[in-house]
Design a protein around this ligand. Structure first.
Ligand code: ADP
Length: 266
């Protein structure tokens, strides 16, 4: 059977968008959305034009993390076509499946419906000029991932994992999904989140609550770059909940960790 060329299955490039980075995790709750939000803010501070597509159909948290949960994207007409205009905050343009669902309603969309909604957000939206579009994928390695990978020209994928075994096993699956011949998206590397905890009263101490350096060892083991570690910090959780990504604040250990992660990723 004849194989299709990668660029043929990957669809057309999106005018104006230079790089599309998919952020995946395998397991849910490991901090994929938190890392994506802070990566977006850090890239903006580095002078890049950044968009964030929250494609997590099961738990879209982008709107809350950017304090825009009550906004609704407007439709604008461009070149005779109706287009969705992303919501902007902290210099990041955002579209999320969460803008189109009721907050307390479970999304039980079938794969094709979700894929259609996402395709509209990607191709029929007025993103303008972007250096980076970050795509916060749903956890897992299902149909929705395949359809996103096959319809979008993804530049590379970033995998987020905690150092614990159950998360690492799923991160490994996510890596192999991107490396499948029919998908063939370069894996930029692995980021270890919740790497350790340092209590305020013991600033020299590191507690490895979820295990020590698991994601780093996994990266070495499967031959992909290790991009950095983000510690478990209460203020990072709080900043997500109030919709003001921690990386907005300059010169803190956290914003420095995100800066290093961002530099290693792009
Ligand atoms: P995912 O997108 O993988 O489901 P989230 O980014 O939504 O995960 O994170 C899950 C929860 O953990 C959120 O409440 C978030 O604020 C918190 N969290 C994520 N990373 C950290 C961290 N490094 N330190 C403290 N809390 C974190």
């Amino acid at each position: 059977k004849e194989k299709k060329a990668t660029n043929e299955i990957k669809g057309k490039p999106i005018p104006g968008i230079q790089n599309i980075i998919a952020v995946a995790s395998g397991k849910g709750g490991v901090g994929k959305s938190t890392v994506t939000a802070n990566l977006a803010v850090t890239l903006t501070k580095m002078g890049f034009k950044v968009g964030l597509l929250d494609a997590d159909i099961y738990g879209p948290s982008g709107p809350m993390m950017f304090d825009v949960a009550n906004e609704k994207p407007l439709s604008v007409t461009k070149n005779g076509k109706s287009k969705m205009k992303p919501i902007e905050n902290y210099g990041v343009k955002i579209l999320s499946i969460g803008f189109f669902t009721k907050p307390d309603e479970a999304v039980i969309w079938r794969g094709p419906m979700a894929a259609k909604a996402l395709n509209q957000m990607i191709f029929d939206s007025d993103w303008g000029e972007l250096d980076f579009l970050l795509v916060d994928l749903p956890p897992g390695t299902g149909d929705i991932h395949l359809s996103i990978m096959q319809s979008m020209p993804i530049t590379g994928a970033l995998i987020v994992s905690t150092p614990q075994n159950v998360a690492l096993a799923d991160a490994k699956k996510a890596v192999s999904m991107f490396q499948q011949e029919s998908i063939n998206v370069p894996v930029l590397g692995i980021c270890e989140n919740m790497a350790y905890f340092t209590p305020e009263e013991l600033p020299d101490k590191k507690y490895y609550i979820f295990g020590e350096k698991g994601a780093k060892y996994l990266a070495e083991d499967i031959g992909v770059p290790f991009l950095g570690e983000i510690p478990l910090v209460q203020s990072l959780r709080e900043s997500g909940d109030i919709g003001r990504p921690a990386a907005l604040q300059d010169g803190t250990p956290l914003s420095e960790s995100f800066k290093e992660l961002t530099k290693n990723t792009v």
